[in-house]
Design a binder for this molecule. Structure first.
Ligand code: CTP
Ligand code: A1H0Z
Length: 401
């Protein structure tokens, strides 16, 4: 078992975007968050996460294990890590990878500046990988450098669209019930085949749910369960909640999860994940121009038109660029009125490159205000298509209107 040092710090890159919590949810989570935040602050690691990432991805049908398959030229696992890193009260993230992929994983941690990550060696099955991750947190292990958490989250590394609200729900429920897991309605009906591959019986779909991730447990509940586990369970089991019930006699609290909790398993899931990520990072466009005051400025006209094509268009001037980049905007439209504006545009390009944003996020440069005004509709259509398509072959478009 190899424990890598917790990672460094630095801006995360694009990935699944968190929706803000609203209304009662926000109030409830704020109190729970503050409770965890407070406890996490005093106990430094009240909540930890274990991410099994030691599989081979056979069902994906490609040589690269699916957790390392690129989406927008970034490994799938990096999006999951980023989603967890955005949750400040998760103090340690333990990732189980095979020995042969250890260096690849370390490279991803460094390239994308992931933090709070410790690596352990995966097992030959998912349960064994999870068990190795738990051992890294248990204080009864030699050379253990991590403190035992009160609650541990278990989440598949190939489920990138996990959000803070569902993590908070399962963690809060686990604290109260000992175990908790996200569930989703079944899409297909479950049937039981007979020995001769004929229908024996089918289950009433409405009475059943699909078990998804994340799941959360009081650490001792799940660690004790894994310590008692039979080899059969470790070899063939797929359900951590079942182990908590069978060995720790804890009935997990089930929490309705969002539709995006699904696991990347087949190649089609990669395409689906890419389109979800593209959609999420295309929702914010920054129109950069040298003035905010002049409402007749073509930049404001462009902004109004872009709002009909894209969700969120923010107008800013050159001075706010650093803040915009820190807010993780990935789409910039620079309206150049005078040739001097090109210096502003070059400054933006330098900032985007320095800020480590992926080169896939197009900066659209427009020159010639008057001509743009004449072809504003066409310019809007082209800009929206560039942002939505985000094709690496179209990097750094210079649109001369
Ligand atoms: N020995 C294993 C097997 C799986 N996993 C991880 O458990 C998660 C969910 O498992 P699954 O979707 O089955 O992944 P694979 O086993 O890689 O897929 P396949 O069954 O298609 O080979 C994945 O993050 C996978 O990397 C693991 O840590 N150790
Ligand atoms: O190894 P597999 O991908 O088949 O199993 C993983 C899933 O079973 C698991 O992630 C959820 O069902 C929740 O337990």
């Amino acid at each position: 078992m190899e424990l890598g040092p917790p990672g460094g710090s630095g801006p995360a890159e694009p990935g699944p975007r968190l929706r803000g919590l609203r209304g009662a949810d926000a109030a409830a989570s704020a109190s729970s968050l503050s409770r965890f935040g407070a406890e996490a602050g005093c106990r430094a690691s009240a909540v930890a996460a274990v991410l099994p990432a030691g599989g081979s991805g056979e069902r994906m049908g490609v040589p690269t294990p699916k957790q390392f398959c690129p989406i927008l030229e970034r490994p799938l696992i990096s999006y999951t890590l980023q989603a967890l890193e955005r949750v400040s009260w998760i103090k340690d993230i333990i990732v189980a990878v095979t020995r042969e992929n250890m260096e690849t994983m370390k490279g991803i941690i460094q390239r994308y500046q992931h933090k709070r990550i410790s690596l352990v060696e995966a097992g030959v099955t998912r349960h064994r990988s999870i068990f190795n991750g738990l051992k890294a947190l248990a204080e009864d292990q030699p050379n253990c450098r991590l403190s035992k958490p009160e609650v541990v989250i278990i989440h598949d590394a190939v489920r990138p669209f996990v959000e803070e609200d569902v993590l908070l729900k399962v963690v809060t429920a686990a604290q109260e019930h000992g175990a908790s897991g996200a569930i989703r309605p079944l899409v297909s009906t479950v049937i039981s085949p007979s020995a001769d591959s004929c229908l024996d019986h089918s289950l009433e779909r409405a009475r059943y749910r699909a078990s998804e991730m994340p799941q959360a447990f009081l650490f001792d509940v799940i660690y004790d369960a894994y310590q008692q586990c039979s080899d059969y369970d470790l070899e063939f089991g797929t359900e951590c909640l079942h182990l908590a019930l069978k060995y720790s006699h804890i009935k997990a609290k089930l929490v309705e999860g969002s539709p995006d909790l699904w696991k990347v398993t087949y190649k089609r899931d990669l395409y689906a994940a890419e389109s979800i990520i593209k959609e999420r990072i295309s929702q914010k466009v920054c129109v950069v121009m040298d003035t905010k005051e002049d409402e007749e400025h073509v930049g404001h006209c462009l902004e109004e038109m872009l709002k009909t094509e894209l969700n969120h268009v923010k107008v800013t001037s050159g001075q706010d660029l650093q803040q915009i980049i820190l807010e993780q905007c990935y789409n910039f439209v620079c309206v150049n009125v005078m040739t001097s504006d090109f210096e502003e545009t070059q400054r933006l390009l330098n900032m985007v490159e320095e800020s480590n944003l992926s080169i896939l996020y197009p900066v659209v440069v427009i020159s010639e205000e008057q001509k743009l005004r004449e072809s504003l509709r066409q310019g809007t259509t082209i800009i929206s298509a560039l942002i939505k398509e985000r094709n690496s072959g179209l990097i750094g478009q210079l649109l001369v209107a």
